[in-house]
Design a protein around this ligand. Structure first.
Ligand code: GLN
Length: 273
């Protein structure tokens, strides 16, 4: 496919749209040309600089190589905000918005929330900004925490961040614990495909049955939750029964399952008596 010979936005946008789906082409062009969507579609005749075309060429090469758009442009929308992401963080997904929705009605500014394995911080930061709750966000990786800290600073959301492998370095008790832990089974072929291939395995791989991290997050939660506290976790679409059993074994009551927008069982939550 031949590149446009003019340095105007319209032909370059059309060129990228022929190669990728509309949403990808739009995001790549907006980022390369530093424009928003309406500028992109109304600015067909706008001249773009050679350096911007060079950036777009690099974006197109990387996308053609399978790299997720979010890593190429460095951001991803979640809830109503844009979050920095890097190859040290999972790319926030709409499924995790279901987890946010699940806990929001139970939270308020006086409550303490722990977000385990925060990644870029989308979950914990959204909860903090929507409710004013006092949120502690943790991750095992310092590089990942750096991205979360950058997001907290950019969005001016007041949270605490701490390096911890699940609960290992956590003290105190919380009114609510949330987590989107790795839950894909090690041998799941999806790990070798698409976006997942580029994402940090430590954030995806949940061991042989995908439940290693969930066993820890749920099993140890009672030590860190106050009486009446709530645990809410995201899990695989086929893990609802197993996760419910983990909640029951850990002593949780009032255990509920929530489906995501694709109607998959996705979030389980329960209360510690
Ligand atoms: N929802 C992701 C996927 O299946 C997995 C996220 C996770 O393991 N926490 O692509």
């Amino acid at each position: 496919m031949l590149e446009p010979t003019t340095a105007t936005m319209g032909p370059w946008f059309a060129f990228v749209r022929k190669r990728f789906d509309d949403a990808d082409a739009q995001a790549l062009c907006e980022a390369a040309f530093s424009v928003n969507y309406s500028q992109l579609i109304s600015g067909t005749d706008l001249t773009v600089h050679a350096s911007q075309i060079e950036v777009l060429r690099d974006f197109v090469r990387r996308r053609a190589n399978g790299e997720p758009v979010a890593y190429i442009i460095g951001t991803k929308g979640f809830w109503c905000r844009e979050f920095f992401v890097s190859s040290d963080t999972l790319i926030p997904r709409p499924e995790t918005e279901t987890l946010v929705e699940t806990v929001l009605p139970f939270l308020s500014s006086k409550l303490r929330v722990l977000d385990l394995g925060t990644g870029c911080g989308a979950l914990g930061l959204t909860i903090a900004s929507e409710t004013g709750a006092r949120v502690l966000m943790t991750d095992v990786s310092c590089d990942t925490l750096r991205v979360a800290r950058r997001n907290a600073a950019k969005l001016k959301i007041d949270v605490r961040l701490k390096r911890s492998n699940w609960y290992e370095d956590i003290e105190g008790s919380f009114d609510c614990i949330v987590s989107n832990p790795p839950y894909v089974a090690s041998r799941d072929k999806h790990l070798q495909n698409g976006d997942l291939l580029f994402e940090p395995l430590v954030a995806l791989d949940g061991g042989i049955d995908g439940l290693d991290a969930l066993r820890r997050v749920v099993g140890e939660a009672p030590t860190y939750l106050c009486a009446g506290g709530r645990l809410a976790v995201e899990h695989g679409f086929d893990q609802a029964d197993a996760v419910q059993t983990l909640f029951q074994s850990a002593g949780f009551h009032d255990i509920k399952l929530v489906h995501d927008l694709s109607h998959h069982p996705r979030v389980t939550h329960g209360v510690l008596p």
